[in-house]
Design a protein around this ligand. Sequence first.
Ligand code: MLT
Length: 202
Amino acid sequence: MKHIFHKGTDERKPTLLLLHGTGGTETDLLPVAGMIDESAAILGVRGNVSENGMPRFFKRLAEGVFDEEDLITQTKGLEEFLGNAAKDHGFDSSNIVAIGYSNGANIAGSLLFHYSDALKGAILLHPMVPRRGITLPDLSGIPVFIGAGTNDPICKPEQTEELAEMLQKAGANVEVHWENNGHQLTRDEIEKAAQWYAHTVK
Ligand code: MLT
């Protein structure tokens, strides 16, 4: 997958996996990563799917309606890519924390839904429920921060609550932070995620 890797200045820190929203690129979330942990390594990835030229991490049939088969295929592809990228760039594949926004949050959620050990933690900014009707793997102790909007027209509050509950039932430690700014990513929300990261992710 097209990506950037920046080595961290503190090797004990996780590698931050950056997953952009629809139409974004591997560099979009660099300022966010800098606010979360400036000494961590960074792996910014570009989604393999193009929707009228806009990069995404998996296909959709309509706004908010996912192509489930492609979601599963692309999630597996991303999981395999992470293992290979860890070997190529020399980071620990068991110490990856995802930061995903919108479509990127949805593929990060899908990694959690399908693999118990792909992520050590996740910051999901405006995520949806990636899939329903499956048993989630054991996510015991995995910290997950969800940034959501009470008035987000794409990721409705009911979906946020449903997602938080599904992850919690699988054992994850979930914290939900609510904003009032629709689907937008705000500085306040990132600051809250940074505070959560500082006291939760070790
Ligand atoms: C998705 O397709 O992943 C969600 O609808 C969010 C987005 O607009 O990318």
